[in-house]
Design a binder for this molecule. Structure first.
Ligand SMILES: NC(=O)c1ccc[n+]([C@@H]2O[C@H](COP(=O)([O-])OP(=O)(O)OC[C@H]3O[C@@H](n4cnc5c(N)ncnc54)[C@H](O)[C@@H]3O)[C@@H](O)[C@H]2O)c1
Length: 442
């Protein structure tokens, strides 16, 4: 074992969630209920997973907090921002994800979580219409107001450290523009010039978090921290960033299932994924400009796992130009289902001598139930990364993300393969714990 310089997780960890909707309230309620011994944090790697340390006769399997110092659930303090003024109790009831019996025991604590006014621009999410917003501010003034929010929260609640997690609505797609998004100075100039086209409100949250010394996690597919100017800010402030888009239902299945096809050298001619969901997220995504952001994020998964340029016989046919299998993703807003999303995947594969076969996957999932443990893990592990002095894009967190950030300016590819991502996660924990990284099969 080598010596490490990870600062211990002492004192309170403030988790400031942007958005107080279905995901955020399911996350917060679950943590508070677990703390009281009334629920189990199922699906959370930091609470359950065990990593092998050592080899051969010396090997042992340890939980993450036995390898590295992690914040305890008892030390978490929640705060949030939202466009709507409902407190976390009211928002949890409104979301209809959890039954009242699973919310009532922590009602007092949830009622005390009152959203701060949101940095919001209706042009970025047209279907939202709340009045709990910071009014009449330029983008730079938004940054300053958010910084003040973070500082006040930290002081009032006596927090030692803060993590900011975006679990708010998906914004409209903001294409990366070299003139604004490549250099920090240009980004700051655009914020000061109140350039509303290129600066999404989410970028103001991220900027504010980083300069206040808080890691920032992007749980939606927004491009917020996915460009060089933000990477520069993360380096300058020595803060971790992670994103983007929680890998919950369909994409989790895709990143775990595609390796079956690839490993077995079967062919793929098409993969059609469709969903119905009826929560507020579905409503926002019903707007084409917002769906575009999600579509880009969901489409990226397969292409790095099943590569036509490496296996043209297997993956080089199927779409218009016959250069690659056909890959389509659809999300349909269907109110009766609320948070209980249903996803269908139709996979057209082919085998020996090109004979076609089909696989159908029908996942009746619960969106926020799958997202909540990811929120917890991303927050605890980003806080760990900050204490370990790791800054910039945290690739080891790709495991939790649908469209992992990577340096596309240098031609770097994202790792989407679930089991490669898991190896990266385990090795980062091992390294931060002072053990050697390895790839031995468990
Ligand atoms: N649940 C999943 O499986 C899953 C998976 C991947 C990503 N996501 C993403 O997580 C996010 C949250 O999902 P949800 O189901 O909780 O949605 P939701 O609509 O229930 O909650 C989002 C909340 O964010 C608020 N909001 C929007 N813009 C804001 C701003 N600028 N500042 C502060 N608050 C703002 C909205 O008012 C709303 O209350 C969405 O972007 C969704 O795409 C969810």
């Amino acid at each position: 074992m080598t010596q490490t310089k990870v600062k211990p997780a002492e004192g309170k960890l403030g988790i400031l969630v942007v958005g107080n909707g279905a995901v955020a309230t399911t996350f917060m309620t679950g943590v508070l209920m677990t703390r009281k011994g009334l629920a189990k944090p199922v699906g959370s790697m930091t609470q359950y997973d065990k990593i092998r340390i050592g080899k051969g006769a010396d090997k042992k399997y340890l939980k993450y907090d036995e390898i590295v110092s992690l914040a305890k659930l008892d030390d978490i303090v929640f705060g949030c921002w939202d466009v709507y003024p409902a407190n976390a109790y009211q928002a949890a009831i409104y979301a209809e994800v959890l039954k009242e019996k699973d919310i009532e025991p922590v009602r007092d604590e949830l009622e005390a979580i009152k959203p701060m006014k949101a940095a919001f621009d209706k042009n970025y999410a047209k279907r939202l219409d709340g009045d709990n917003v910071k009014v009449g501010l330029t983008r730079w003034q938004m940054v300053e107001a958010l910084r003040e929010d973070i500082r006040s929260f930290k002081a009032e609640k006596g927090c030692d450290r803060i993590v900011v997690l975006w679990a708010a609505s998906t914004e409209i797609y903001v294409p990366v523009d070299e003139k604004v998004h490549y250099h920090l100075a240009d980004l700051e100039a655009a914020m000061k010039a109140d350039d509303r086209e290129h600066i999404a409100p989410s970028m103001c949250y991220a900027y504010a978090a980083l300069v206040e010394g808080a890691p920032f996690i992007m749980g939606a597919p927004n491009t917020t921290v996915d460009f060089p100017a933000m990477w520069e800010l993360a380096e300058k402030t020595k803060m971790p960033i992670a994103g983007k888009d929680f890998k919950t239902g369909q994409t989790l299945v895709k990143s775990g299932f595609a390796p079956i096809i690839g490993t077995r050298c079967l062919g793929l001619s098409g993969w059609f994924s469709t969903n119905i969901l009826g929560n507020r997220d579905g409503l926002v995504l019903d707007e084409p400009a917002n769906f575009r952001t999600k579509e880009v994020s969901k489409l990226s998964t397969l292409e790095t796992i099943l590569k036509p340029e490496i296996q043209p016989d297997l993956y080089g046919h199927g779409n218009d130009e016959d250069t690659q299998y056909y890959h389509k993703v659809r999300i349909n807003y269907y109110p009766p289902r609320n948070d209980n999303k249903e996803g269908w995947d139709n996979i057209d594969i082919f085998g020996w001598m090109g004979y076609p076969m089909q696989i159908k996957i029908n996942f009746l999932c619960r969106d926020s139930i799958l997202a909540a443990p990811l929120c917890l893990d991303l927050c605890l592990l980003s806080d760990l990364a900050a204490r370990a002095g790791r800054y910039g894009t945290q690739r080891f967190l790709s495991f939790f993300l649908k469209s992992p950030m990577h340096d596309y300016t240098q031609g770097e590819e994202a790792v989407n393969h679930l089991y490669q991502q898991y190896t990266m996660l385990k090795n980062a924990i091992r390294e931060m714990g002072g053990y050697e990284a390895d790839e031995e099969i468990d």
